[in-house]
Design a protein around this ligand. Sequence first.
Ligand SMILES: [Zn+2]
Length: 155
Amino acid sequence: MKCPSCETKESKVLESRSTDDCERIRRRRECYSCGKRFTTFEMIENTPISIVKKDGSREFFERKKVFDGLLKACQKRPVPISYLDETAKDIENKLQNMFEREIDSSIIGEMAMQALRNKDEVAYVRFASVYRQFKDVKEFLKELENVIENYNKSN
Ligand SMILES: [Zn+2]
């Protein structure tokens, strides 16, 4: 926050309090350089992230949807719910740290697949088959081959 009279960037915060509507923070500041006092209002940024789907339509990101997708893929598999919960939270954090208003749905899909691939091959293939919407059996088998190859490498 630049001082309005001398443009020095550093100032001391004398007092912070939220506005009556509780949506902004009002700060009394004092310039380190010239001592002038001024007031700033800071907004809390809470903009929802829009997800751009394959067909170009958009919807707001919801962590629950990611969790539900993971849960479906992990039905009857030995993957703890807590892992799915953490994965969904982790994906949300990563998206927020990208500081983009709009994010392609494929990025989320890839993150989710990565998380499942590391945990359970069957769940991974299930998720990938829904998510990638394989055009035909051949394509699906190709993906399976990749999984088997990776599996052999790591075991
Ligand atoms: Zn100043």
